[in-house]
Design a protein around this ligand. Structure first.
Ligand code: NDP
Ligand code: AKG
Length: 478
């Protein structure tokens, strides 16, 4: 099988080795074969980006707008083909794969609009006859390091604002799912992206990702992934005086109060914790349920979960796809064993036999869990949720805030007063009322607090904070 190449300076460029990807729904099926780059490919890509920067950073906003709009339209037109590739490579259901490609297309269209929106400000000075002008300029060459759980939406929400603000980029997708980013970078070039503006180097994080972080000509790094890698990368960027944005994990709570409508709360909790196989940084992994509704909530969760079908991502009957990789599956199984050791009553969590050889894991509830347990404190990133009893609203809020993370948080209640109090007091970057903690809009700020996020927000108009830098000019006009 001939591997798909890196794309450097607009040209397909072979690397040193190759990686074959397999379908987590069916391990006997090869999905793709990709070249593996190394530090020298990163150096060539950064060189190309530096050469492209003077003309791209000064290009008419109309040119950037038109490119992003065309790319958005192509993604929407090719949604079926790319969505199937995404589902075969990552394992999310086809419906989720298709929705993710649409989201990527819409993100490009949103940022096409941003290219033409004036971003400056004219202010009077405290001195007479002096005007002050605040303008935004590109940051330079930006390294984008993306994870496996959103193989096209996350690359899109980093690439589109980077280009809109006139930067050049080198992107490194997660090694187990490079197919969608390869397709996206190919489309960018087919739609007229000038050589060197977007460069793709595939390969391992410890080599390609590290080389990007270490390269002195890379001015900024935008990363999404684990807390461990994120923390190391933030330290390295700080030492190299690079701008950095890191989107890391979550241990997101979903509070269910006595007055909740279970017809709303249970579907929201199932979606939040188990759709996309629980592999979302915004996934709910703690259900904090007040005493009066606990038994009814658990009974209804078990009944509704029993109707979910865990199967091949392309099977229309499937509501929950396989776990994405063998290492993630092993980690999930280790946490399920740990939940038992820590004294929770585990419901579900079985490996499933299916005609296809895949990583099929039934959702797990860790009943009667306590918030002090490791399974209630550490990000699992699989179809597992701890169910914790709370005495009342105040206790539930205290438990919800007792975490090192702070990405998203949800509450299910029919009380406007309780919902408002929760929105104001919960320590999270995003709050949902009677909605799943996961599944966000593409045109508003995304991000969290504490160990969940570092640096400025992603997405929406707030993305400008990271992808542009401010210049303040003083003009004597007397
Ligand atoms: N917040 C989120 O959305 C995500 C959180 N996670 C969490 O992380 C856990 C492990 O997933 P995993 O894929 O290993 O996450 P990682 O943090 O290892 O991977 C995220 C990205 O960083 C790259 N990377 C890895 N090491 C380095 C490095 N030293 N320097 C620069 N880049 C690097 C990876 O490359 P490569 O994979 O190619 O080696 C990948 O592109 C999950 O179980 C989950 O808890 C994972 C994904 C997304
Ligand atoms: O919940 C979402 O829509 C986005 C989640 C996400 O960005 C992530 O899991 O990395």
């Amino acid at each position: 099988m001939t591997p798909l190449s890196n794309i450097v300076d607009g040209v397909a460029t072979p690397g040193q080795g190759q990686r074959v990807t397999y379908n987590p729904s069916n391990l006997d099926e090869v999905v793709g074969c990709y070249t593996q780059g190394g530090a020298e490919d990163v150096a060539a890509a950064v060189d190309a980006a530096q050469r492209a920067l003077p003309s791209w950073s000064t290009a008419s906003p109309q040119i950037r707008h038109d490119l992003l709009l065309r790319v958005g339209a192509r993604l929407l037109a090719e949604r079926e083909e790319i969505g199937r590739l995404l589902s075969r490579e990552e394992g999310k259901t086809l419906a989720e794969g298709l929705a993710e490609v649409s989201r990527a297309g819409q993100i490009f269209q949103f940022f096409a609009g941003e290219c033409l929106r004036p971003g400056g400000q004219l202010l009077p000075s405290v001195r007479p006859s002096v005007d002050i002008e605040i303008t935004r300029e590109p940051v330079g060459v930006i390294g984008l390091i993306t994870p496996w759980n959103f193989p096209i939406a996350i690359p899109a929400w980093k690439l589109a604002p980077a280009l809109a603000w006139g930067n050049c980029v080198v992107i490194k997708p997660a090694d187990i799912v490079p197919g969608c980013v390869h397709a996206l970078v190919r489309i960018l070039h087919e739609e007229g992206c000038p050589p060197g503006v977007v460069n793709l180097v595939m390969g391992r994080g410890s080599e390609v990702g590290q080389a990007l972080v270490d390269h002195p000509a890379v001015s900024a790094i935008s990363f999404t992934g684990s807390e461990g890698v994120g923390r190391r990368l933030i330290a390295a960027c700080g030492a190299g005086l690079k701008r950095v944005q890191a989107e890391m994990g979550g241990k997101n709570p979903m509070v269910v109060l006595d007055d909740a409508d279970l017809d709303v709360a249970v579907p929201a909790c199932i979606n939040a914790a188990f759709f996309s196989t629980g592999q979302r940084c915004t996934a709910a992994s703690r259900f904090i349920v007040t005493r009066g509704i606990y038994d009814a909530f658990v009974a209804r969760m078990k009944a509704d979960l029993s109707r979910q079908f865990v199967g091949n991502a392309l099977d229309p009957a499937t509501t929950i796809g396989p776990v994405a990789s063998s290492s993630q599956l092993q980690s999930d199984l280790d946490y399920i064993a740990l939940a038992r050791e820590e004294g929770a009553a585990v419901w579900g969590g079985e490996l499933l036999d299916r005609p296809d050889r895949g990583y099929y894991l039934f959702p797990a509830l860790f009943l009667d869990a306590r918030n002090t347990m490791r399974v209630a404190r550490e990000e699992i990133f699989g179809p597992c949720a701890a169910v914790i009893i709370a005495d009342d609203f105040d206790h539930a809020l205290t438990l919800a805030n007792d975490t090192e993370f702070g990405l998203s948080a949800g509450i299910c209640t029919t009380s406007l007063k309780a919902a408002s109090a929760f929105r104001k007091s919960v320590k999270a970057g995003m709050v949902m009322v009677n909605l799943p903690t996961a599944g966000v809009d593409y045109h508003v700020p995304f991000g969290g607090r504490n160990a969940s996020s570092f640096g400025s927000r992603e997405q929406g108009r707030h993305a400008a904070e990271f992808y542009s830098q401010i210049k303040t000019s003083y003009v004597f006009c007397g």
